[in-house]
Design a protein around this ligand. Structure first.
Ligand SMILES: Cc1cc2nc3c(=O)[nH]c(=O)nc-3n(C[C@H](O)[C@H](O)[C@H](O)COP(=O)(O)OP(=O)(O)OC[C@H]3O[C@@H](n4cnc5c(N)ncnc54)[C@H](O)[C@@H]3O)c2cc1C
Length: 264
């Protein structure tokens, strides 16, 4: 089988986002034969816990159980699905704009894995057919150098709180952590950046001030709960965020919705 990936960007997205591969993804990386390359650059997180701002440790998980023939795809950066597509009984095709002009690419099956922008899904199903809703919350995702080990943090830590719910995870071998936290909806990038020191001081262990950590990256995301009506339309398949969007820290949202108070 031969797979060709076309991506509208010109390289990998370096904004802070996903921190870890969960077990089903690890299985796919292993089946694809790239697990050794991933392990060489990354590490295997050992433990995670769900805690509270006061240090209470209600639950934890020892994540040492990770449990295999994929083609080696060709990746074409700078190839953007332009919206026009079509299919026959045997083939599916998309118009793709490239620096050399527009071309038509076709295959036995075409997968739309173009994320939350979902051009393929829009072309297949229309702009307004992504059932669900958008939360009145935002998530701020940061990368930060801060000594969480000093406070007994595990590799992945989910802190439960009605307002300051967040996740802190070790994401590199050189001491960088990903800290993603809840914020009010409707605030601009500048307003959220101005609030970031207050959020860290309030919610992180040791109540750090800006001089106590190095903030390496900062980006924001809207939070959705949406699922496409059809993940398959003939020879087109919708995959991942193109098919479903949800809060990556969803358990906290559920706690908030059901009014289960965790405040201290
Ligand atoms: C703060 C945060 C933390 C998260 N943590 C985790 C985690 O720890 N573990 C986890 O598994 N998930 C996590 N997630 C979720 C995860 O990041 C997403 O589910 C995942 O990145 C979605 O992958 P995707 O390939 O569907 O979309 P994307 O990663 O958005 O990729 C879409 C690709 O399609 C390309 N593209 C877009 N439009 C077109 C077009 N028209 N033509 C061609 N190419 C196009 C883009 O350039 C991009 O490369 C997190 C998300 C957030 C926001």
């Amino acid at each position: 089988m031969f797979v060709t990936v076309v991506d509208g960007a010109y390289g990998l997205d370096v904004r802070p986002r996903a921190a870890h591969y969960v077990p089903p993804a690890v299985r796919e990386l292993r089946r694809a034969g790239v697990i050794e390359d991933v392990l060489a650059d990354g590490f295997v997180p050992k433990k995670m816990f769900w805690g509270k701002l006061d240090g209470a440790y209600p639950a934890g998980l020892d994540n040492s159980i990770l449990g295999d023939d994929h083609p080696d795809p060709e990746v074409n950066w700078g190839h953007c699905a332009a919206g026009e597509l079509g299919q026959s009984k045997a083939r599916a095709w998309v118009q793709v704009s490239t620096s050399a002009g527009e071309i038509r690419m076709e295959a036995d099956y075409t997968m739309g894995c173009d994320g939350a922008n979902f051009q393929i899904r829009r072309s297949l199903q229309g702009d307004m057919t992504f059932p669900g809703f958008t939360w009145d919350k935002q998530i701020v995702a940061t990368n930060v150098y801060y000594d969480f080990d000093r406070y007994g943090y595990e590799d992945a830590n989910f802190i439960i709180h009605p307002e300051h719910w967040h996740m802190a995870s070790r994401i590199t071998k050189d001491g960088m952590w990903g800290v993603s936290y809840s914020e009010q909806g409707g605030l601009s990038h500048e307003e959220l950046a101005a609030r970031q020191p207050m959020k860290f001081e309030t919610m992180l262990p040791g109540n750090p001030k800006p001089q106590d950590y190095v903030l390496a990256n900062f980006s924001l995301y809207r939070v959705h709960q949406r699922l496409t009506e059809n993940m398959r339309v003939g020879r087109f398949l919708l995959v991942a965020d193109a098919a479903h969007l949800c809060n990556p820290l969803e358990p906290f949202q559920r706690i908030r919705v059901f009014g289960h108070s965790n405040s201290q």
